[in-house]
Design a binder for this molecule. Structure first.
Ligand SMILES: Nc1ncnc2c1ncn2[C@@H]1O[C@H](COP(=O)(O)OP(=O)(O)O)[C@@H](O)[C@H]1O
Ligand SMILES: [Mg+2]
Length: 299
């Protein structure tokens, strides 16, 4: 279907060796990820110490609906993992389960630390940051003010970390804006920005503070294809700066061009895990997307 299409980053004349390396790293590990649930206890203990996010057996029930059914998910630091699937597949529920906004069975570790059972604010302090589907900015505040209104009160521990620059110290609002390429817009009113820039302010807001894993729930909704491409490039920059990124989006071209690994969900289950190249030719992915924008990814 799309053999002639190379991921955007491979075509880039500037070359992004980091990305290719991380893709390579990802594919080395993919086999074991596929079989996470078949592993024995000692191998499981091993992966508990693994860097990045490891979620195992996540199950969320809403009444009779099993919105997440025994999901295993892995996001390595510095990588971008895509999560796609039809409406109602359970993507937002998975973000809610990982971040603690909905009760879930299963286990979650981040860089070897268990987050299982913790309330959302503790998971945030532990390094999980998210954006919300359709989150809005304060239009009459500046970009910088939009970041500051959501900033947490700085506690003594994070102050010490910041002063001594220890690993895991939070990213300042300035650095978050720099990472998304909006340093020059910091004094602009949010309502004067393009939609693409506004989306990036939302991302910077999540990125400020401690962030080891960034979960983006349809962050590019409403962007045209050019804006979406630029947004994708920024998402790669974010991953390059350290954190893993979980990217949910309906824009297949964005997801397939930007991600190292793609998970496809349908009816609460993961039906496919693999590289974008594998996703493009997988029959079960095509079936899940029959009549929806799979073709756009070839454009
Ligand atoms: N808070 C909730 N209460 C009851 N059912 C919910 C709730 N949130 C989601 N659901 C149901 O769970 C399923 C998955 O929804 P969701 O995670 O929002 O899917 P997606 O983000 O992939 O579109 C859907 O059937 C939806 O109706
Ligand atoms: Mg959703």
């Amino acid at each position: 279907m799309s053999e002639h299409v190379q991921p955007e980053h491979v075509q880039s004349e500037h070359g992004q060796p980091d990305h290719r390396e991380s893709e390579h790293r990802e594919s080395e590990h993919r086999e074991s990820e596929h079989r996470e649930s078949d592993r024995g206890p000692s191998e499981r203990a091993e992966s508990d110490r693994a860097p990045g996010l490891v979620a195992r057996g996540l199950t969320v029930r809403y009444g009779g609906v099993v919105a997440n059914d025994d999901i295993d998910l892995r996001v390595r630091p510095g990588s971008v993992v895509g999560l796609i699937g039809p409406n109602g597949a359970g993507k937002t529920t998975l973000v809610d389960a990982v971040t603690g906004f909905t009760p879930a069975e299963g286990e979650i570790t981040l860089n070897g630390q268990s987050l299982t059972g913790m309330p959302p604010h503790k998971r945030k302090a532990g390094g999980l940051a998210r954006t919300w589907q359709s989150a809005e900015l304060f239009g009459n505040l500046t970009v910088e003010e939009n970041l500051l209104v959501s900033a947490r009160k700085v506690g003594f521990a994070s102050l010490v970390r910041d002063v001594f620059g220890r690993a895991g110290a939070g990213r300042s609002a300035d650095r978050a804006l720099e990472t998304v390429g909006l340093t020059d817009a910091r004094g602009s009113l949010a309502r004067d920005l393009t939609l693409g820039q506004q989306k990036l302010v939302g991302v910077a807001r999540a990125l400020a503070g401690r962030c080891d894993l960034l979960l983006l729930d349809e962050p590019a909704a409403g962007l045209d294809s050019n804006e979406s491409r630029e947004f994708g490039a920024r998402v790669r920059e974010i991953a390059k700066s350290g954190p893993g990124v979980l990217l949910i989006d309906h824009d297949m071209s964005l997801v397939l061009n930007v991600c190292d690994v793609v998970y496809v969900m349908e009816f609460g289950k993961v039906i496919f895990t693999g590289t974008p190249a594998e996703a493009r030719v997988d029959a079960s992915v095509a079936a899940a997307y029959l009549g929806s924008p799979m073709e756009e990814a070839d454009a």
